[in-house]
Write a protein that binds this ligand. Structure first.
Ligand code: FES
Length: 167
């Protein structure tokens, strides 16, 4: 046992102080975590999506029923720096519809090519194959080719948001 004389109320006030400190620390920690989490959860509903449309090609230059790979140049802002980048997009004119595909295979993201003799998009990495509508016809890809949202302005095809089509 402790034989030291005790001041009345001292143990309670220390305990209270620690308890208040812990409580305040907990509140501050919750606020630190909670504000960004709430922002993350609400962000899609509150922020207006800013879709950047890329000018791909003159619509008249796309041959009918013949996929064409187009290298699109665009400027990307990265912090203070801005640089020019190139993105490949496959375009296909089927009937009255123009489709713009991501140039990356939906398996593991390799670049694929068009095989005219077989009429398939062929991915050399693992033998993935897609028909001209982008549907999987062979190999391991789990879903059809991803398509860009498109629109035509002044005779030019524009590509916007990339959309994933589940298989
Ligand atoms: S990355 Fe295309 S088949 Fe695997």
């Amino acid at each position: 046992m402790d034989n030291q004389p005790k001041t009345a109320g001292e143990p309670v006030s220390r305990r209270s102080f620690l308890s208040y400190s812990l409580g305040l620390s907990g509140l501050a920690f919750s606020a630190l975590l909670g504000v960004p989490l709430a922002g993350f959860a609400l962000n899609p509903a509150l922020v207006k999506e800013n879709v950047k449309w890329l000018e791909v090609i003159n619509i008249e230059e796309i041959p009918a029923d013949q996929p064409l790979r187009v290298n699109v140049k665009f400027r990307r802002k990265d912090g203070w720096a801005e640089k020019e980048e190139t993105k490949s997009i496959w375009v296909v004119k089927l009937g009255g519809e123009v489709i713009a595909y991501s140039a990356l295979c939906t398996h593991l993201g390799c670049a694929y090519t068009w095989r005219e003799e077989q009429k398939v998009f062929y991915c050399p990495c693992h033998g993935g194959m897609f028909d001209i509508q982008g549907n999987v016809t062979g190999g391991p890809p789990p879903r059809p080719l991803d398509r860009y949202e498109t629109k035509v302005e002044n005779g030019r095809l524009l590509a916007g948001r990339l959309m994933r089509k589940e298989g």
